[in-house]
Design a protein around this ligand. Structure first.
Ligand code: ADP
Ligand code: ADP
Length: 224
């Protein structure tokens, strides 16, 4: 059985049908790129898959459970224990150091500060940003900040990392560095990645691409 599977998902905002029969399958450990033009429904699909937004109809099955019929409380518990997130910008807490930011998911899971910060420090090293551990997000570059965000998304051992235009605010060199580190770390830990992007160069880091058009999606198998 796939790890995560969306079937015939519909989601409207008022009169706008953001998703109109979208489908997507994610197997354990694979990196899937969700592509398509602006406004086609990519972010909405990611939000439905991640349980941030509840679909109006259709199914979103994750390990035998349907996210569309779960309560808000169950979905938020699942997001904390099983999912990691990387967004385009603004996701780090500005008052905390980079180390403290990465430790957040572990602290929420009940890990003691000392252990949480030791593990967070190791993840910062792995993402090649060990040197910014004591700095606040406003004091580091965009590329460094996104690598800190990737460390935070992976630190608690999620089964799925959702990344919405994670390189959208970076130049191509820093964007490729973030993608290389994210996909290498995900492959090493066995986490699947659902990556929303409109850039072919970013999607090239995926195992498979899905194209969304007018709220409808189809799988396009690609050998990589
Ligand atoms: P993409 O990520 O491909 O750019 P989105 O999923 O963000 O597309 O948006 C799909 C459509 O749904 C767009 O027409 C967008 O304006 C609309 N939409 C998305 N989110 C909202 C929202 N929270 N409220 C109203 N309309 C929304
Ligand atoms: P990286 O390639 O590691 O992301 P950059 O080449 O972007 O780093 O930045 C190099 C150095 O310049 C960093 O150590 C950072 O401290 C500093 N720096 C870059 N951009 C900014 C910024 N927008 N605000 C503050 N410092 C920055």
């Amino acid at each position: 059985e796939p790890l995560l599977q969306a079937t015939d998902v519909h989601k409207s905002y008022g009169r706008t049908a953001a998703l109109d029969g979208a489908a997507l399958t994610v197997r354990a450990g694979e990196v899937v790129a969700v592509m398509g033009p602006s406004g086609s429904g990519k972010s909405t699909l990611l939000h439905c898959l991640a349980g941030i937004v509840r679909a109006d109809s259709g199914q979103v099955r994750y390990r035998g459970r349907d996210l569309t019929t779960m309560s808000d409380r169950e979905r938020s518990a699942l997001r904390r224990t099983d999912f990691g997130f990387v967004f385009q910008f603004g996701q780090l807490v500005p008052e905390l150091t980079c180390l403290e930011n990465v430790a957040i998911p572990l602290r929420l899971a009940g890990t003691r500060r000392r252990d949480a910060e030791a593990r967070a420090g190791a993840w910062l090293e792995r993402l090649e940003v060990g040197d910014v551990a004591g700095q606040r997000p406003g004091e580091v570059s965009g590329g460094q900040g996104q690598r800190v965000a990737v460390a935070r998304a992976l630190v608690a051992g999620p089964r799925v990392v959702f990344a919405d235009e994670p390189t959208g605010a970076l130049d191509s060199l820093n964007g490729e560095r973030v993608m290389r580190l994210l996909t290498e770390a995900a492959h090493d830990t066995g986490a699947a990645v659902v990556l929303v992007t409109h850039e072919a160069r970013v999607a090239a880091y995926s195992d498979r691409e899905i194209v969304v058009r007018d709220g409808k999606s189809r799988d396009t198998e690609r050998v990589s």
